[in-house]
Design a protein around this ligand. Structure first.
Ligand code: ATP
Ligand code: MG
Length: 398
């Protein structure tokens, strides 16, 4: 019997002992089940399950007022199956269909995404009643294992970690050899400091063949400001003497006109990743939709809460898919009238949410030279470097 099947059995036993399960409810469900069994011969009630049935047939869990159907055929691939298998059952089948559709519409297309999400996040995105969402998350944990790893094995895995090159040696060096996967790297700065340029160039580098210093991988590019320009990537690709078509077809671009679409697109990356290896997810910029939708002090708390959920979602996708997340961010003036420095938008939420933060500034006016300063990192010394924006993209200063 597989581990997962064992888990089902354990769950069933636990449920049977659940003091809150009223006998009348269970009887009611069992009776319904028997009726259903007669009709379809496809579901078995929990107390009649044998090992054979577990491995060969469709099974049924019951709970005080809800139950969940599990199609055994799907179990081996449950982490990539639709979330309908963990939707608590309702008498009204149309509810089940409606909620399944709401989950899919909101981008919760796998059990794993539900297992690692917070109930508030799913509730906000789907409007499914919070009690159902909580139950769904609890049930999803039957398929998703939360285990510990030793520091030694994490170190071993990190040695093999893929790094994504920005295509600019000095910036890569500052980042310890390139942009880390399973992390969020944030480039923030004033307008025309090179944030979008570095995003496009990093996308190009990820798509480049290995022999040209790339990863030969696909990229997801979420453009929230309408500044993505494929022509610019064609220009940058010329430096590598490669057919730009080969690069462009590996970059999946979507325009996010608001924060809801932005969050939904991020969840959809999991689906895309079933068919395409993706090593880089870019959001340029992370904060502009949030800034334009939540205006004024009274909506600040709501904005920050949503931003926090978005960052948690990004970190989850980075972890699950082992990819690098690159975000850009705008700056605003410090509240202190004597302090002329600028600070990144997003406050403490973003400061904590980003793994590595790099501040881009212009070096003098009218020049192509830019400074990049690593201002936060859990593992690298804080340092700075400079680069130039040329027709080939972000380049080292020679
Ligand atoms: P914003 O905050 O407005 O989004 P940004 O930091 O994203 O700004 P970028 O678009 O990355 O700004 O950079 C703009 C800079 O890149 C400008 O100085 C522009 O002149 C330069 N640039 C863009 N295309 C080229 C090119 N083909 N050749 C040389 N420089 C270019
Ligand atoms: Mg930009």
């Amino acid at each position: 019997m597989s581990d997962k099947t064992n888990m089902f059995k354990a769950y069933i036993d636990e449920e049977a002992e659940d003091k809150e399960v009223k006998k009348t409810d269970v009887d009611k469900i069992d009776n319904e089940t028997i009726e259903e069994d007669k009709e379809s011969n496809s579901f078995k009630s929990p107390d009649k399950i044998t090992d054979d049935q577990l491995s060969n047939h469709q099974n049924l869990f019951s709970r005080s007022s809800t139950r969940v159907e599990i199609v055994e055929d799907e179990v081996h691939d449950i982490s990539s199956s639709l979330p309908k298998y963990i939707l608590p059952w309702h008498d009204n089948i149309s509810y089940r269909e409606k909620y399944t559709q709401s989950l899919i519409d909101a981008g919760y297309t796998t059990v794993e995404l539900i297992a690692t999400a917070s109930s508030d996040e799913i509730f906000d995105a789907t409007n499914i009643p919070i009690e159902l969402v909580e139950e769904m998350i609890e049930l999803s944990h039957n398929w998703h294992e939360f285990t510990f790893d030793t520091a030694a094995s994490i170190l071993e895995k990190r040695k093999d970690m893929t790094r994504v090159s920005t295509g600019c040696a000095s910036v890569d060096h500052m980042l310890g050899g390139g942009i880390e996967t399973k992390s969020i790297t944030e480039f923030y700065g004033e307008f025309i400091t090179g944030k979008t340029q570095i995003c496009m160039q990093t996308a190009l580098m990820t798509a480049l063949p290995v022999e040209l210093g790339g990863l030969d991988s696909n990229v997801v590019y979420i453009d929230t400001e309408g500044s993505f320009r494929p022509e610019r990537i064609v220009q940058m690709a010329a430096k590598h003497k490669i057919d730009p078509e080969l690069i462009l077809k590996k970059i999946f671009v979507a325009r996010a006109h608001n924060s809801d679409i932005q969050m939904k697109l991020v969840n959809n990356v999991i689906n895309l990743a079933k068919h395409h290896e993706i090593k880089l997810l870019i959001i340029d910029s992370l904060t502009s939709n949030f800034r334009s939708e939540f205006i004024g002090k009274h909506s600040l708390v709501e904005r920050q809460q949503k931003l926090n959920r978005h960052l948690q979602q990004l970190m989850r996708v980075a972890d699950i898919l082992d990819l690098a997340v690159v975000i850009t961010n705008q700056v605003m003036s410090s509240m202190d009238e004597y302090d002329k420095t600028v600070i990144p938008v997003g406050g403490n939420i973003l400061a904590h949410g980003s793994t590595h933060r790099i501040h881009f500034t212009k070096q003098g006016s009218g020049t192509a030279v830019r400074n990049a300063k690593l201002v936060a990192s859990p593992s690298l010394p804080l340092s700075s470097t400079s680069f130039m924006i040329t027709k080939y993209g972000i380049e080292d200063i020679r």
